[in-house]
Design a protein around this ligand. Structure first.
Ligand SMILES: [Zn+2]
Length: 83
C-alpha cells in the first residue's frame, strides 16, 4: 500500500433519530473497511476517537451492514440521561 492510500480518508455520517442533526467525522478509509469486515475491534481501528465519535461510527457500520441502528447525537444522549 502506498502512503497516499494509507492516508485516504472518508466521511462517516449519521443522522440523529430525535433532532435529525447530521454529524460527520473524517476517518481513515482503510481502518473503517477493516472494522466493517470485522477483522479489528473499533478501539484498535480508531484508538484516538472520542466515545461520541465511536458511537457514531458503530451506528454507521450497523447501517452499512443492514443491521438495526439507532444513532443519537451527544446532546440528545445527554437529555435522555437526565430524563
Ligand atoms: Zn439529537
Amino acid at each position: 500500500m502506498s502512503v497516499n492510500e494509507a492516508l485516504l480518508t472518508t466521511a462517516a455520517k449519521a443522522r440523529c433519530q430525535l433532532c435529525h442533526t447530521v454529524n460527520s467525522i473524517d476517518i481513515v478509509a482503510e481502518s473503517f473497511r477493516a472494522y466493517l469486515e470485522g477483522t479489528v475491534h473499533i478501539q484498535e481501528a480508531f484508538p484516538s476517537l472520542s466515545v461520541n465519535d465511536r458511537e457514531l461510527l458503530m451506528q454507521v457500520a450497523r447501517r452499512m451492514r443492514g443491521d438495526f441502528h439507532w444513532y443519537l447525537c451527544p446532546a440528545c444522549w445527554e437529555e435522555m440521561g437526565e430524563g
